[in-house]
Design a protein around this ligand. Structure first.
Ligand SMILES: Cc1ncc(COP(=O)(O)O)c(C=O)c1O
Ligand SMILES: [Zn+2]
Length: 388
């Protein structure tokens, strides 16, 4: 086990890793685990990874679980990076790829974060786990909590896609529907958690979901033979995957596995909920709460993200950007992607394809660049969005 401590992403205050932690005790910003990467590098090489299991646990040395701890697992990670040749050809793109996260347990990339965070919460003695969710994180928590023998208390907006609600209930979770948004769900947990004995599993409000999500970055590098792509398009709600990948890139550089080049990172949001796009365009360092948030891409319906300052810093440092797209365009392009590539993508993933067209048209991405889109979930969970 190579974690040395947790550090605050804002004030840098050091925190003990060996106990349940939420936000920084001084400034209420997210905490990141820090690893002794010199020690990792002495025992783990890129070459050694090749013979390991095809899951995120192949990166065990850069994950926070103590060495003898059995993870709570359903086989998460190890998803394919697929060439999207037929869709790319139409736009004249020479190297378009899709990281297909719908192939995770519970059909979304939320499985990565929850596998690691539930394993850690159980290790530190939590028995009741609570989460506010736009949908997919609830399904993932319900599954991993069930597997770990822990209680899951899930708070979701009452208009969350039906598949997410049913899935959580059928996985044995306690589900509360809130007449409001994910931020209202989070406020309800904050109000009740002390009395109820719940551990708050909100993304970036505990230190380990981001560690599971960062394996997106490790996998991508390994699948591209340790050369990162030039452009990444990421559907951004709380931004944990984007933030996690950026952390992974820094760790891999310190390990000597990759160089200093970084992809241009683009956050894709829905026009009905685009706090990061607005803040990026206004040159702000933090994002204001987006009023009256609405979109069928429920994972993007996050009006205020605790890691907003981290997302905005990454977009600027990488010389990337932020793009908003219309719901109708996400739904319309889904069939185009499906018919060309054989993937029934989630609206969040579809949003990236719409944004890709806009960015290519605007000359912000050139046709010969290597581009990776994250399809973070499956269209199967969003049948309510389709007429046919
Ligand atoms: C399918 C899907 N894509 C994207 C997101 C946004 O993820 P993040 O919080 O990492 O920005 C979510 C979050 O609920 C989601 O369910
Ligand atoms: Zn702090």
């Amino acid at each position: 086990m190579f974690v040395t401590h947790l550090t605050c992403t804002s004030c840098r205050l050091r925190h003990d890793w060996a106990t349940l932690q939420n936000l920084c005790t001084a400034c209420s910003k997210p905490l990141f685990p820090v690893y002794d990467l010199a020690a990792v590098g002495r025992i783990l090489t890129r070459e050694a990874l090749g013979s390991r299991e095809k899951s995120l646990w192949r990166y065990r040395e850069v994950l926070p679980l103590p060495g003898d701890l059995e993870p709570t697992t359903l086989g998460e990670g190890g998803t394919p990076l697929l060439r999207a040749k037929r869709f790319g050809d139409v736009l004249g793109l020479t190297s378009l790829w899709v990281k297909d996260e719908s192939q995770n347990p519970t059909q979304s990339f939320k499985a990565r974060g929850m596998a690691v965070a539930v394993s850690m919460a159980k290790h530190f003695g939590a028995t009741k786990l609570a989460v506010p969710t736009a949908g997919n994180a609830g399904g993932a928590l319900a599954a991993y909590a069930a597997r770990a023998g822990l209680e899951a208390h899930i708070f979701m907006p009452s208009d969350t896609p039906r598949a997410n609600i049913i899935e959580c209930r059928e996985l044995g979770a306690h589900v509360t529907l809130i007449n409001g948004l994910i931020t209202d769900c989070g406020a309800e947990i904050a109000k009740r958690k002390a009395a109820e004995g719940w551990f708050d599993m909100s993304t970036l409000k505990e230190p380990y979901r981001v560690e599971g999500k960062k394996t997106l970055g490790y996998e991508l590098a390994e699948q591209l033979d340790w050369e990162l792509p030039e452009v990444i398009l990421y559907p951004t709600g709380g931004g944990t995957g984007l933030i996690g990948m950026w952390k992974a890139f820094d760790e891999m550089e310190e390990l000597g596995w990759i160089g200093s080049a970084r992809p241009r990172m683009f956050s894709i949001q829905a026009s009905g909920c685009a706090p990061i796009v607005c803040a990026f365009e206004a040159g702000e360092e933090v994002a204001s709460e987006f009023p009256d948030a609405h979109t069928c891409a429920s994972g993007l319906r996050v009006p205020k993200a605790v890691g907003d300052f981290l997302i905005l810093r990454i977009l600027r440092e990488s010389r990337g950007g932020a793009v908003m797209v219309e719901d109708a365009d996400m739904i319309e392009i889904t069939r185009e992607i499906g018919a060309a590539e054989g993937l029934f993508v989630a609206p969040e993933g579809a949003a990236c394809f719409v944004a890709l067209k806009q960015l290519v048209r605007a000359g912000q991405i050139s046709v010969d660049e290597q581009i990776v889109i994250f399809n973070t979930g499956s269209g199967i969970k969003y049948l309510d969005c389709y007429n046919s």
